[in-house]
Write a protein that binds this ligand. Structure first.
Ligand SMILES: NC(=O)C1=CN([C@@H]2O[C@H](COP(=O)(O)OP(=O)(O)OC[C@H]3O[C@@H](n4cnc5c(N)ncnc54)[C@H](O)[C@@H]3O)[C@@H](O)[C@H]2O)C=CC1
Ligand SMILES: Nc1nc(=O)c2c([nH]1)NC[C@@H]1CN(c3ccc(C(=O)N[C@@H](CCC(=O)O)C(=O)O)cc3)CN21
Length: 292
Protein backbone atom coordinates (compact mmCIF):
# COMPACT_ATOMS: atom_id res chain seq x y z
CA UNK A 1 0.00 0.00 0.00
CA UNK A 2 1.42 3.38 -1.02
CA UNK A 3 0.79 4.83 2.43
CA UNK A 4 3.42 2.57 3.96
CA UNK A 5 6.07 2.93 1.31
CA UNK A 6 9.34 4.49 2.26
CA UNK A 7 9.05 7.88 0.82
CA UNK A 8 12.44 8.52 -0.75
CA UNK A 9 13.06 11.35 -3.12
CA UNK A 10 14.51 10.32 -6.49
CA UNK A 11 18.19 11.22 -6.33
CA UNK A 12 19.73 13.02 -9.27
CA UNK A 13 23.50 13.34 -9.75
CA UNK A 14 23.92 16.82 -8.21
CA UNK A 15 21.86 15.92 -5.10
CA UNK A 16 23.92 12.78 -4.65
CA UNK A 17 27.18 14.70 -4.72
CA UNK A 18 25.82 17.35 -2.34
CA UNK A 19 24.78 14.56 0.05
CA UNK A 20 28.34 13.27 -0.04
CA UNK A 21 29.62 16.76 0.75
CA UNK A 22 27.13 17.22 3.58
CA UNK A 23 28.21 13.92 5.12
CA UNK A 24 31.89 14.92 5.14
CA UNK A 25 32.94 15.12 8.79
CA UNK A 26 29.65 13.70 10.13
CA UNK A 27 29.43 12.67 13.77
CA UNK A 28 27.26 10.26 15.73
CA UNK A 29 26.55 9.35 19.30
CA UNK A 30 26.40 6.27 21.47
CA UNK A 31 25.31 5.72 25.05
CA UNK A 32 27.89 4.51 27.58
CA UNK A 33 26.27 1.05 27.37
CA UNK A 34 26.73 0.70 23.60
CA UNK A 35 30.45 -0.08 23.31
CA UNK A 36 29.72 -3.56 21.88
CA UNK A 37 27.34 -2.12 19.29
CA UNK A 38 29.93 0.50 18.31
CA UNK A 39 32.61 -2.18 17.98
CA UNK A 40 30.35 -4.10 15.59
CA UNK A 41 29.52 -0.97 13.61
CA UNK A 42 33.14 0.31 13.51
CA UNK A 43 34.00 -1.10 10.04
CA UNK A 44 31.20 1.03 8.55
CA UNK A 45 32.33 4.28 10.23
CA UNK A 46 34.95 6.62 8.75
CA UNK A 47 38.18 6.53 10.83
CA UNK A 48 38.61 9.64 12.95
CA UNK A 49 34.86 10.35 13.11
CA UNK A 50 33.71 12.29 16.18
CA UNK A 51 31.70 9.87 18.32
CA UNK A 52 29.84 11.34 21.31
CA UNK A 53 29.24 9.45 24.53
CA UNK A 54 26.00 10.58 26.20
CA UNK A 55 25.57 11.53 29.86
CA UNK A 56 22.32 9.82 30.77
CA UNK A 57 20.82 9.02 34.16
CA UNK A 58 21.40 5.44 35.28
CA UNK A 59 24.94 5.24 33.86
CA UNK A 60 27.95 4.79 36.15
CA UNK A 61 30.41 7.70 35.73
CA UNK A 62 33.26 5.22 35.16
CA UNK A 63 31.36 3.51 32.35
CA UNK A 64 31.26 6.85 30.50
CA UNK A 65 35.05 7.06 30.77
CA UNK A 66 35.46 3.42 29.68
CA UNK A 67 33.19 4.11 26.70
CA UNK A 68 35.18 7.22 25.68
CA UNK A 69 38.42 5.20 25.90
CA UNK A 70 36.84 2.48 23.72
CA UNK A 71 35.80 5.09 21.14
CA UNK A 72 39.42 6.24 20.97
CA UNK A 73 40.78 2.69 20.77
CA UNK A 74 38.45 1.98 17.84
CA UNK A 75 40.08 4.87 15.95
CA UNK A 76 37.43 7.56 16.49
CA UNK A 77 37.55 10.94 18.24
CA UNK A 78 35.61 10.74 21.52
CA UNK A 79 33.32 13.64 22.48
CA UNK A 80 32.26 13.30 26.10
CA UNK A 81 28.91 14.79 27.05
CA UNK A 82 28.74 16.72 30.29
CA UNK A 83 25.29 17.33 31.71
CA UNK A 84 25.47 20.32 34.08
CA UNK A 85 22.36 19.68 36.17
CA UNK A 86 23.23 16.01 36.76
CA UNK A 87 26.54 16.80 38.50
CA UNK A 88 26.55 16.75 42.32
CA UNK A 89 29.74 18.70 43.00
CA UNK A 90 32.75 20.47 41.52
CA UNK A 91 34.85 17.51 42.62
CA UNK A 92 32.68 15.12 40.59
CA UNK A 93 33.29 17.21 37.45
CA UNK A 94 37.00 17.60 38.16
CA UNK A 95 37.48 13.84 38.69
CA UNK A 96 35.41 12.93 35.62
CA UNK A 97 37.45 15.30 33.43
CA UNK A 98 40.75 14.08 34.92
CA UNK A 99 39.84 10.49 33.98
CA UNK A 100 38.77 11.58 30.50
CA UNK A 101 42.06 13.40 30.07
CA UNK A 102 43.96 10.22 31.01
CA UNK A 103 41.94 8.43 28.32
CA UNK A 104 43.09 11.06 25.77
CA UNK A 105 39.75 12.85 25.35
CA UNK A 106 40.08 16.33 23.82
CA UNK A 107 36.47 17.15 23.07
CA UNK A 108 33.30 17.61 25.10
CA UNK A 109 29.67 18.58 24.56
CA UNK A 110 28.09 20.61 27.36
CA UNK A 111 24.37 20.65 27.99
CA UNK A 112 22.11 21.65 30.88
CA UNK A 113 20.45 18.23 31.35
CA UNK A 114 16.74 17.52 31.54
CA UNK A 115 16.30 17.98 35.30
CA UNK A 116 14.00 20.81 36.40
CA UNK A 117 16.52 21.71 39.16
CA UNK A 118 20.30 21.16 39.33
CA UNK A 119 21.55 18.36 41.62
CA UNK A 120 24.69 20.37 42.42
CA UNK A 121 26.47 23.64 41.65
CA UNK A 122 25.95 23.74 37.86
CA UNK A 123 22.69 25.21 36.62
CA UNK A 124 23.50 25.35 32.91
CA UNK A 125 26.12 24.65 30.24
CA UNK A 126 27.59 28.15 30.64
CA UNK A 127 28.51 27.50 34.29
CA UNK A 128 30.48 24.41 33.23
CA UNK A 129 32.41 26.43 30.63
CA UNK A 130 33.03 29.29 33.10
CA UNK A 131 34.36 26.86 35.73
CA UNK A 132 37.48 26.61 33.55
CA UNK A 133 37.72 22.89 34.32
CA UNK A 134 37.26 21.82 30.68
CA UNK A 135 40.25 23.95 29.66
CA UNK A 136 42.25 22.80 32.70
CA UNK A 137 41.82 19.16 31.63
CA UNK A 138 42.86 19.72 28.02
CA UNK A 139 39.45 19.89 26.34
CA UNK A 140 40.21 21.88 23.18
CA UNK A 141 36.89 21.78 21.35
CA UNK A 142 33.51 22.17 23.01
CA UNK A 143 30.09 21.44 21.54
CA UNK A 144 26.98 23.36 22.57
CA UNK A 145 23.29 22.84 21.72
CA UNK A 146 21.12 24.42 19.04
CA UNK A 147 17.31 24.35 18.68
CA UNK A 148 15.93 24.92 15.17
CA UNK A 149 12.41 24.29 16.51
CA UNK A 150 12.90 25.94 19.89
CA UNK A 151 12.73 24.18 23.27
CA UNK A 152 9.43 23.35 25.00
CA UNK A 153 10.52 24.84 28.36
CA UNK A 154 12.95 27.61 27.40
CA UNK A 155 11.89 30.86 25.67
CA UNK A 156 13.57 31.72 22.34
CA UNK A 157 15.32 34.88 23.56
CA UNK A 158 16.86 32.94 26.44
CA UNK A 159 18.10 30.22 24.05
CA UNK A 160 19.75 32.77 21.73
CA UNK A 161 21.30 34.66 24.64
CA UNK A 162 22.66 31.42 26.13
CA UNK A 163 24.13 30.42 22.75
CA UNK A 164 25.97 33.75 22.40
CA UNK A 165 27.17 33.76 26.03
CA UNK A 166 28.57 30.22 25.65
CA UNK A 167 30.42 31.14 22.44
CA UNK A 168 31.87 34.29 24.07
CA UNK A 169 33.02 32.34 27.15
CA UNK A 170 34.61 29.60 25.02
CA UNK A 171 36.50 32.20 22.97
CA UNK A 172 37.84 33.70 26.21
CA UNK A 173 39.27 30.29 27.11
CA UNK A 174 40.71 29.94 23.60
CA UNK A 175 38.55 26.87 22.96
CA UNK A 176 36.99 25.96 19.65
CA UNK A 177 33.24 25.60 19.40
CA UNK A 178 30.71 23.72 17.35
CA UNK A 179 26.96 23.59 17.63
CA UNK A 180 24.98 20.32 17.58
CA UNK A 181 21.26 20.69 17.03
CA UNK A 182 18.34 18.84 18.51
CA UNK A 183 16.93 16.30 16.05
CA UNK A 184 13.76 17.06 14.10
CA UNK A 185 11.72 15.61 11.26
CA UNK A 186 11.34 18.64 9.02
CA UNK A 187 14.05 20.42 7.01
CA UNK A 188 12.30 23.82 6.75
CA UNK A 189 12.80 25.06 10.34
CA UNK A 190 16.40 23.86 10.17
CA UNK A 191 17.14 25.99 7.10
CA UNK A 192 15.54 29.14 8.52
CA UNK A 193 17.23 28.68 11.91
CA UNK A 194 20.60 28.40 10.13
CA UNK A 195 19.97 31.67 8.28
CA UNK A 196 19.04 33.35 11.55
CA UNK A 197 22.16 31.97 13.23
CA UNK A 198 24.44 33.25 10.46
CA UNK A 199 22.55 36.57 10.51
CA UNK A 200 23.50 36.86 14.19
CA UNK A 201 27.13 36.61 13.13
CA UNK A 202 27.75 33.06 14.45
CA UNK A 203 30.21 31.31 12.17
CA UNK A 204 30.80 28.10 14.16
CA UNK A 205 30.44 24.73 12.47
CA UNK A 206 26.91 23.37 12.85
CA UNK A 207 26.18 19.65 13.22
CA UNK A 208 22.53 19.17 12.28
CA UNK A 209 20.89 16.54 14.47
CA UNK A 210 19.40 13.67 12.45
CA UNK A 211 17.53 10.67 13.86
CA UNK A 212 18.98 7.45 12.45
CA UNK A 213 16.79 4.79 10.84
CA UNK A 214 14.41 3.32 13.42
CA UNK A 215 10.84 2.16 13.74
CA UNK A 216 8.23 4.90 13.82
CA UNK A 217 7.39 3.71 17.35
CA UNK A 218 11.00 4.27 18.49
CA UNK A 219 11.18 7.70 16.88
CA UNK A 220 7.95 8.74 18.58
CA UNK A 221 9.20 7.49 21.95
CA UNK A 222 12.44 9.48 21.75
CA UNK A 223 10.68 12.54 20.34
CA UNK A 224 8.32 12.55 23.29
CA UNK A 225 11.16 12.05 25.76
CA UNK A 226 13.29 14.81 24.20
CA UNK A 227 10.50 17.37 23.71
CA UNK A 228 10.63 17.16 19.90
CA UNK A 229 7.54 17.70 17.77
CA UNK A 230 6.48 14.48 16.01
CA UNK A 231 2.92 15.06 14.84
CA UNK A 232 1.47 12.89 12.04
CA UNK A 233 2.25 15.78 9.68
CA UNK A 234 5.96 16.08 10.48
CA UNK A 235 6.39 12.30 10.66
CA UNK A 236 4.95 12.09 7.14
CA UNK A 237 7.47 14.74 6.02
CA UNK A 238 10.13 12.35 7.31
CA UNK A 239 8.80 9.80 4.83
CA UNK A 240 7.00 7.62 7.36
CA UNK A 241 3.42 6.92 8.31
CA UNK A 242 2.19 7.20 11.85
CA UNK A 243 -0.37 4.51 10.95
CA UNK A 244 2.32 1.86 10.85
CA UNK A 245 4.33 2.09 14.05
CA UNK A 246 6.50 -0.91 13.21
CA UNK A 247 7.66 0.31 9.79
CA UNK A 248 11.19 1.66 9.56
CA UNK A 249 11.65 5.36 8.91
CA UNK A 250 14.99 6.48 7.52
CA UNK A 251 16.43 9.97 7.26
CA UNK A 252 16.71 9.66 3.42
CA UNK A 253 14.18 12.28 2.59
CA UNK A 254 15.20 14.78 5.29
CA UNK A 255 18.88 14.53 4.36
CA UNK A 256 18.16 14.76 0.63
CA UNK A 257 16.07 17.88 1.20
CA UNK A 258 18.85 19.44 3.25
CA UNK A 259 21.47 18.51 0.67
CA UNK A 260 19.37 20.05 -2.10
CA UNK A 261 18.77 23.33 -0.22
CA UNK A 262 21.91 24.02 1.78
CA UNK A 263 24.14 26.70 0.37
CA UNK A 264 27.50 27.32 2.09
CA UNK A 265 27.31 31.04 1.21
CA UNK A 266 24.04 31.38 3.16
CA UNK A 267 24.18 28.56 5.70
CA UNK A 268 27.91 28.36 6.44
CA UNK A 269 29.86 25.33 7.64
CA UNK A 270 27.33 22.53 8.11
CA UNK A 271 27.57 18.78 8.61
CA UNK A 272 25.33 16.11 10.16
CA UNK A 273 25.15 14.57 13.63
CA UNK A 274 23.34 11.23 13.92
CA UNK A 275 21.31 10.05 16.91
CA UNK A 276 21.06 6.26 16.40
CA UNK A 277 18.46 5.59 19.16
CA UNK A 278 19.65 2.06 19.79
CA UNK A 279 20.54 1.28 16.15
CA UNK A 280 24.25 2.16 15.95
CA UNK A 281 25.04 -0.40 13.25
CA UNK A 282 21.92 0.38 11.23
CA UNK A 283 22.80 4.08 11.37
CA UNK A 284 26.44 3.51 10.37
CA UNK A 285 25.32 1.36 7.42
CA UNK A 286 22.80 4.01 6.39
CA UNK A 287 25.50 6.70 6.42
CA UNK A 288 27.90 4.58 4.39
CA UNK A 289 25.26 3.84 1.76
CA UNK A 290 24.22 7.49 1.57
CA UNK A 291 27.81 8.66 1.18
CA UNK A 292 28.55 6.21 -1.64
N1 LIG B 1 21.80 15.67 25.88
C1 LIG B 1 21.49 16.20 24.72
O1 LIG B 1 22.01 15.80 23.69
C2 LIG B 1 20.50 17.29 24.65
C3 LIG B 1 19.81 17.76 25.75
N2 LIG B 1 18.91 18.79 25.68
C4 LIG B 1 18.17 19.37 26.82
O2 LIG B 1 17.80 20.71 26.52
C5 LIG B 1 17.81 21.55 27.67
C6 LIG B 1 18.66 22.80 27.54
O3 LIG B 1 20.03 22.51 27.55
P1 LIG B 1 21.07 23.55 26.98
O4 LIG B 1 20.67 23.87 25.62
O5 LIG B 1 22.40 23.03 27.24
O6 LIG B 1 20.78 24.86 27.82
P2 LIG B 1 21.76 25.83 28.63
O7 LIG B 1 22.48 25.09 29.67
O8 LIG B 1 22.55 26.63 27.70
O9 LIG B 1 20.70 26.76 29.35
C7 LIG B 1 20.01 27.81 28.69
C8 LIG B 1 19.03 28.46 29.66
O10 LIG B 1 17.91 27.59 29.85
C9 LIG B 1 17.79 27.20 31.22
N3 LIG B 1 17.47 25.78 31.25
C10 LIG B 1 18.32 24.76 30.98
N4 LIG B 1 17.69 23.58 31.04
C11 LIG B 1 16.43 23.86 31.34
C12 LIG B 1 15.30 23.05 31.56
N5 LIG B 1 15.37 21.72 31.45
N6 LIG B 1 14.14 23.66 31.86
C13 LIG B 1 14.07 25.01 31.97
N7 LIG B 1 15.12 25.84 31.79
C14 LIG B 1 16.27 25.26 31.48
C15 LIG B 1 19.14 27.50 31.84
O11 LIG B 1 19.07 27.77 33.22
C16 LIG B 1 19.62 28.70 31.04
O12 LIG B 1 19.07 29.89 31.53
C17 LIG B 1 18.18 20.65 28.77
O13 LIG B 1 17.00 20.20 29.35
C18 LIG B 1 18.98 19.60 28.03
O14 LIG B 1 19.11 18.45 28.76
C19 LIG B 1 18.73 19.31 24.46
C20 LIG B 1 19.38 18.89 23.35
C21 LIG B 1 20.29 17.83 23.35
N1 LIG C 1 15.94 16.95 25.83
C1 LIG C 1 16.85 16.10 25.40
N2 LIG C 1 17.49 15.31 26.27
C2 LIG C 1 18.41 14.43 25.86
O1 LIG C 1 18.97 13.71 26.71
C3 LIG C 1 18.71 14.37 24.48
C4 LIG C 1 18.03 15.20 23.60
N3 LIG C 1 17.12 16.05 24.09
N4 LIG C 1 18.25 15.15 22.29
C5 LIG C 1 19.02 14.17 21.66
C6 LIG C 1 19.77 13.29 22.52
C7 LIG C 1 19.24 11.86 22.48
N5 LIG C 1 19.55 11.34 23.73
C8 LIG C 1 19.23 10.11 24.22
C9 LIG C 1 18.28 10.01 25.21
C10 LIG C 1 17.99 8.82 25.77
C11 LIG C 1 18.61 7.68 25.36
C12 LIG C 1 18.22 6.44 26.09
O2 LIG C 1 17.36 6.50 26.93
N6 LIG C 1 18.78 5.32 25.89
C13 LIG C 1 18.38 4.20 26.74
C14 LIG C 1 17.38 3.31 26.03
C15 LIG C 1 16.01 3.78 26.34
C16 LIG C 1 14.93 3.20 25.44
O3 LIG C 1 15.16 2.23 24.70
O4 LIG C 1 13.85 3.75 25.51
C17 LIG C 1 19.58 3.50 27.23
O5 LIG C 1 19.46 2.69 28.13
O6 LIG C 1 20.68 3.79 26.76
C18 LIG C 1 19.56 7.77 24.34
C19 LIG C 1 19.86 9.00 23.77
C20 LIG C 1 20.18 12.36 24.53
N7 LIG C 1 19.68 13.56 23.95
Amino acid sequence: MALFERNTVEKDGPTQSRMRELLQGYSLEVTAKEVNELTEAAPFITPGTAVSVTFLPGEEPESRVVAAAAVKRLGFDPVSHVSARRLHSEEELDTFLAHLSEAGVKRAFVVAGDLPQPQGPYEDALSIIRSGLLAKHGIRRVGISGYPEGHPDIPQDKLWQALKDKITALKEFGQEVDITTQFGFDSEPVLSWLEQLRGEGVEARVRLGIAGPASVRTLLRYASRCGVEASAKVISKYGASILNLLSTAGPDRMVEELAASLDPARHGDVTLHFYPFGGVKKTAEWIRNAAE
